[in-house]
Design a binder for this molecule. Sequence first.
Ligand SMILES: [Zn+2]
Length: 502
Amino acid sequence: MVSFSIVAIQRKKNLRAGAAYLLMIAVQCGIAVGFDTGPHFDLTQAVLSERGFGDDAIKITQVENWLTDYYSSSPTIAGSKRDELEKLHFDNLFTTDQVINYWSQLINNVRTETQNAARQDDPLAALTVLGIALHAVQDFYSHSNWVETHPRPSDGTYRTDTYAQYANSKTTLKSLTLFTGKYPTDRTYGPGPDRIPANVQIHGDYESGLNHDSLVRPRWDQAYVFAYAASHEIVEAIAKWADETRPGFWKSVISYAVDTNLRKKLDYDVSALRNMSMWINGKGADGHWKGNKSGSKRFFSAFSTKWIGSDSSVFVRQMRDGTASRTLSSNLYSGALPPPMPDLPRFSLQRRAILVRTLKIKQQSDSGNLRSEIGKLAAPDYYARTRIGSQEFCSRTIQGSSESIDPWQEIYFAALDDVNVPIRISVWDEDDIDSAKDQATDINPVIGKNTLDLIFNTATGQISGDLSGNFNSPETAFTSSGEKPDKKRAAITAYVTQYPLK
Ligand SMILES: [Zn+2]
């Protein structure tokens, strides 16, 4: 009996190892769907924390948001489920009418599935709906020509007039030519019954196409700000539908918390979403956390084999085995005329965007290692952790490069009355699949201190703290570097600037 179950466990493990192998194959075929995982993750963090969500509820939503991408291409899920999830990225809509119908159907589906979760008094189901809904809504701004049809004013403000604000003004919408990109590039049919028209724009990759998936693409920042406003709108609407169905239910959703054991699993899923997106590497893909250059076959393989081989958490099973993706994706491409789109509340928060942009990171020539050691060591794999106000951002890793231009950019949304915004920048050298083992790189001339601690004054635009001055453009950027005897030193050139949201 015992030996039999060991055999069964072994077989199960082999199956999972097989799944990991298949995943590697799939990765080598090239996978890219949506805003990169990093922007989805940061937007979800920003919006849900502003709306009073607890940490566990935010993490669960971030995981479900990511799984919407992951299971759209992973061979570790049933093909029918993959087909459902593949529809939730606003791809392959080539006319304004198709865009309008998709929006109407999607928001109706989100309302229905929110009401179902509320009726069943099931907060985890509601968080799953929320994660998928946020993913799709955010993808619209990353995948469509919305930013091109709503250009940024010359005064530098960011626009927040989202699709939902025009949804019930068909005359306005029909005066626009809206479409999204073809994905994947070699698609000839579908996902609906129709053949793809000739000469449509493709979703593209890091260098080309319609997408605004990451900071390496033009107008990514504008898509990101629209997606921020739109995320607020959809969360507010979901909250309203939830409480109309079951008064008080929403409170249980935003304060949903798990026990210590389950939190460990949740944190493991969060590290999976970061690591697997960071390291995905194969034909066409060189990382999809925040742009390219972060791919690592070795790390991806080592981490994903372990994560896929472990027992799936209830959060993963919720997506893999649940019905949310079926309801939410239904009729999105069927060609059937959808019911009118439910009204979404208009984004009305008073916010400014604070941008922290790194123009250059460069290893110091004599970085404190012995010359003989340098010969043996590969170039550093730098990434930054940046805390702006209350939000922590993790950048992409630039693999194997002692000097990198324009590696990182983070956008934080601050309340207008937030005058002194603290900013902490630290740079790390990625050495292990466990980031806790990574070593800090010294970017601060103060002996014994690695990080830069700054205060950005939004009233004056001045920076104080470890540096002082006005560093608000590429021309006036600061450069700060570590000093001996500190080891592992680098020089960082960066600036901090702000724009209001209108
Ligand atoms: Zn997507």
